[in-house]
Design a protein around this ligand. Sequence first.
Ligand code: MGD
Ligand code: MGD
Ligand code: SF4
Ligand code: MO
Length: 901
Amino acid sequence: MSQSSCKTIKTTCAYCGVGCGIEASVNETERQVLINGDDNHPANFGRLCSKGSSLGETIDVSSRLLTPYIGQQATDWNTALDAVASTFSQIIAEHGPDSVAIYGSGQLLTEDYYVANKLMKGFIGSANIDTNSRLCMSSAVSGHKRAFGTDTVPNCYDDLELADLVVITGSNMAWCHPISYQRIRAAKAKNPNMRVVVIDPRRTATCDIADLHLPLAGGSDVVLFNGLLNHLVNGQYLQQEYIDNHTQGFAEAVAAAQQDAGDLAEVALRTRLSERDLVTFYNWFAETDKVVTAYSQGVKQSSSGVDKVNSILNCHLATGRIGKPGAGPLSMTGQPNAMGGREVGGLATTLAAHMEFNIDGDTDRVARFWNAANMATKPGLPAVELFEAIAAGKIKAVWIMATNPVVSLPNADQVKAALQQCPFVVVSDCVANTDTLELAHIKLPAQGWSEKDGIVTNSERRLSHQRALLPPAGEAKPDWWIISQVGQRLGFKDAFNYQHQVEIFREHAALSGFENSSEQRLRDFDISAFANISQQQYEDFEPIQWPVNQQYPNGKERFFADGQFYTPNRKANFIALTGRAPGNLPDQEYPLVLNTGRLRDQWHTMTRSALAPRLNQHRPEPFVEVNPQDAAKYGLKDGHIAHLQSRWGQMYARVNVSESQVAGDVFVPMHWTEQYASKGRMGAVVNPVVDPVSGQPESKHTPIRIAPYQAEWHGFVLSRQPLPDAGIDYQVKVNCQGYLRYELAGYDQSSLSIDWVKQWLSQVYPALSWQYLDDAKLGLLRVAGYQGNSLMFVLCIATTPDIRMLPERNFLSSLFAKSQLQPDERLALLSGLPTAGAEDTGAQVCACFNVGEKTIRKAIRENGLTSYQEVGKCCKAGTNCGSCVPEIKTILASMVETQPA
Ligand SMILES: Nc1nc2c(c(=O)[nH]1)N[C@H]1C(S)=C(S)[C@@H](COP(=O)(O)OP(=O)(O)OC[C@H]3O[C@@H](n4cnc5c(=O)[nH]c(N)nc54)[C@H](O)[C@@H]3O)O[C@H]1N2
Ligand SMILES: Nc1nc2c(c(=O)[nH]1)N[C@H]1C(S)=C(S)[C@@H](COP(=O)(O)OP(=O)(O)OC[C@H]3O[C@@H](n4cnc5c(=O)[nH]c(N)nc54)[C@H](O)[C@@H]3O)O[C@H]1N2
Ligand code: SF4
Ligand SMILES: [Mo]
């Protein structure tokens, strides 16, 4: 990139709720962006993880939705917006405001989110606007409101470093909030007194820094924390003055905890943990003043998610450890603007600016501020119910923005069917193809990260500016603009007459301060200091934690150490809790528990992360992780394919036999969709049970059965061009540097032949010279296609159930990366045997420097390396973001074990 045409722009990462600051060097003419961490951003101080640092690889426009579509027909904005507005109008006129809905996302910017909520709740007159945050944050929101009277995260990231005990529960922070995890790792290295406890049914990468790992039974968190509350009471570890002066309901909570978890042996039984480990954890918690409990989806995505949250908050309130440096509960938000969504009231059950339907005067207050034409007066439907109402025909038009519910909602085949029969589906997205866009009547192209511009708020309530780096792709528009245009066309010209997003931000800031001085009901969320922000100040916006008002012009790090809460009498509530079993339990027919979650290098439904070749190498295929005992019991072999089935749906995934999984539990990553894996859409399998208070689905606990998929053949193709669906059971696409890789498997091999290959591939490659090897005896079918001397594709199929008959993918990939092949390489290509000097680097471990497992093993062996730091010095692996350090340590450990004595 030439220096002269570069400009440097500060922005925030597109991905997780850590909210890291980025310094981007932008070359507009080449549409290239170089990504570096922003040294001054308080979330990351210059560090970025593998996802953040590869953002530059994801901004190509080739996969983007570039223009609006009505049906299959490209159209202009006016026509598309008119069609959206007139159809919504008509349906509202005929069936009332509750017959339409918006389904939004924590990946919208605050300004987008604010306008969507205003349109639906203030002007269309229904609260049927919910968001994917229902699947993500809603149990934390409800738990906070029950305890504090408001949805406030009391602590901040610095506390992760200041603590002497960090309890990480239901969170694979090493992969999902990598930079926060790195901060804990670094703090622990400096503070010998610091301990880390990880509570997770799986042994995850996060356990790498754990002094204690509690592999509790899925869903048993309330019992575990009720047991802790008992321990605190029995050992007199309470902060009695705080309890007496600033809380209520303590006696009832203790009585319930004693009833539920008074007997340690029973707690051990129900949590599947040993009494010794329980006592260790309880003692550490009791005896350490500075304790932070960081929690995420293992806590929230549960049919007792809200109770789990309150069981944690109970223990922090009982010890007065809340909102203090190094002490307090910290809910880690998932999406880049999950917190912003909570501020604007993006959930169907809340109002804007932390106001509530069920608090006297709030609905009227919002209505007056907006001068609302049709203020909604009651909560709308939460996500799972909202899609059930679509299926039932009660909701007849839905507008989906920045989320992919056909993949991410539970019982996703039902969701798909609901959208198929819904009379009017509008989808705003950045990319051209998703499983949800396929069902849209109207597609609207939204600006994505690197083009859109607005404010986001991270897990610690810190607002940051996400800035535009490049001009929009094609006709893409900001989401706030699209929504405002529809608002105007629905007849609300004045209310949606925004020219620039700063006008929306000012309005949002003003609403947060509206009737929010001490005479009225005080609300915690107050950024009224920005109500008159100039455009220049907005452009220069520096990261700051809310509240930002007259009292706190520079923001505020922590809440509640002073014991002042937002309930009517200002006291926090203890909640009396009883542990409940998950909604569906395994039985003879469905004997295993399916747990789902995230991988280090993929983001959700892969629409952005899978565009970066280096993020696809760590775990290229959908997989199911099973304990060796279960593998033996169900006849599953490592590396082969399994069929998973629940009462709701089915999927295929590759088997990964692993001790990190407890027998009886299996784990599947949430990421694959029909765009990448023909039958790997995991949402289809997941049960639609929800928490009764928050409505958040139980994504971590579905009874399933598993069986080997009896593939008669396996194979893969490396191809320059994308290939069509081959109509087989297992076809997985992997984007690589300059080409694509497809993994294939099928049941029926009778149709496998050179002719079949030609028929399939000539759709994409009509005129090539073909080279092939078809050896029925050896069970080999190999085909390569050349254009002149350039290799266009190579296909390798083993017509036997034995996957070892396939050549090494990494070696073939290295050949494929070359544009021209020598004769010996052409031969090697079909034989699958490495040419002299070619090196097989093995499966990728370090995404930042693309270092493979075999390279690392070789470096260790040849240089006698004993620590991950030495490995880093030798081959760079693990020296950038550090997310692969746990894996490097596992490799080191395995090599120590296998070394001859
Ligand atoms: N790489 C990557 N990072 C991401 C994302 C991504 O897609 N990819 N997404 C972002 C988003 S939106 C979110 S919400 C966060 C989620 O971040 P996390 O919550 O950390 O991620 P998950 O993998 O969904 O689940 C966390 C862990 O909960 C455990 N668990 C399951 N059941 C239970 C239980 O009953 N009790 C306890 N204590 N633990 C249990 C699972 O085994 C899993 O390891 O990640 C964010 N960061
Ligand atoms: N089984 C199971 N299911 C889960 C989870 C789980 O752990 N297990 N986790 C749940 C959680 S926590 C979450 S957050 C969800 C995430 O699930 P989704 O929200 O469905 O997943 P994403 O892939 O993030 O979808 C975002 C979509 O918006 C598009 N997009 C990105 N930026 C913009 C923008 O600025 N404007 C517009 N209009 N579009 C944009 C992307 O291209 C993509 O299609 O999944 C939930 N579902
Ligand atoms: S931790 Fe990684 S994904 Fe999350 S904001 Fe930071 S760089 Fe982005
Ligand atoms: Mo999330």
